[in-house]
Design a protein. Structure first.
Length: 223
């Protein structure tokens, strides 16, 4: 008689490394319909890029400046287990942006969107075919939003990524079980799209405990 044993997903993957790839590939393609991309050609909706929908925005007190932020800069609750450094957000950086009247656009967390809160093996998941398809939808939304703000005459000051992240690291990322120089999967793909769309938006990495470096960079940029 064979004794049955129960393996956790983590233990299974550590025992059989190739299983990580298999578990992150969508095996239900035949049963599930793909989630459609947003349709930005809906009539009567103020379609992006239409000259008739261009507005003059100087009639109210808005600053006309925005930054795009990695999700966890504003919400530490989205980070992987045991990885949060603060209760809620990057307070020094957020305080600086608030005092300087910069609008905050929080990008969706690509890891949470693709892999959930209880995630692990982040790069394997994001680099899988199913992960890449979900990332493409996020990229479409971010690029559309950037282009709309620029079309309407706003300044997109920067895109702020989270240093050390396997998805949002700009110059430092988590790879091969350690922190090292490199880009996260999301930032890498976002930069490719920025180049393809000819969008000259600076992408800056923000380290958890070195937020003053980012603040100094922003001070120079906003002069």
């Amino acid at each position: 008689m064979i004794k049955k044993t129960s393996l956790s997903r983590r233990h299974f993957i550590s025992t059989f490394p190739l299983a990580a790839v298999a578990l992150n590939v969508d095996s239900t393609d035949a049963k599930e319909s793909p989630i459609p991309s947003p349709d930005y050609t809906i009539p009567e909706s103020g379609f992006h890029g239409r000259e008739g929908n261009k507005r003059e925005w100087s009639g109210d007190p808005r600053s006309g400046k925005v930054v795009f932020l990695s999700h966890c800069i504003l919400n530490q609750n989205a980070r992987m287990i045991d990885c949060a450094d603060f209760p809620a957000m990057f307070e020094p950086l957020i305080d600086y942006l608030q005092k300087n009247q910069i609008g905050l656009i929080q990008m969706t967390c690509p890891e949470l969107y693709c892999l959930g809160l209880g995630r692990f093996d982040v790069r394997v998941g994001l680099e899988s075919r199913a992960g890449k398809e979900r990332l493409e939808r996020l990229l479409d939304d971010v690029i559309f939003t950037i282009k709309e703000y620029l079309f309407q005459g706003f300044e997109v000051v920067a895109i702020l990524g989270k240093e050390g992240s396997p998805s949002c690291g700009v110059t430092r990322t988590w790879l091969d079980e350690r922190q090292q120089d490199g880009q996260g999967v999301w930032i890498r793909e976002l930069k490719k799209r920025l180049v393809a769309e000819k969008l000259d938006i600076p992408v800056l990495g923000v380290a958890d405990h070195e937020q003053d470096d980012a603040i100094k960079w922003l001070e120079e940029k906003l002069k």
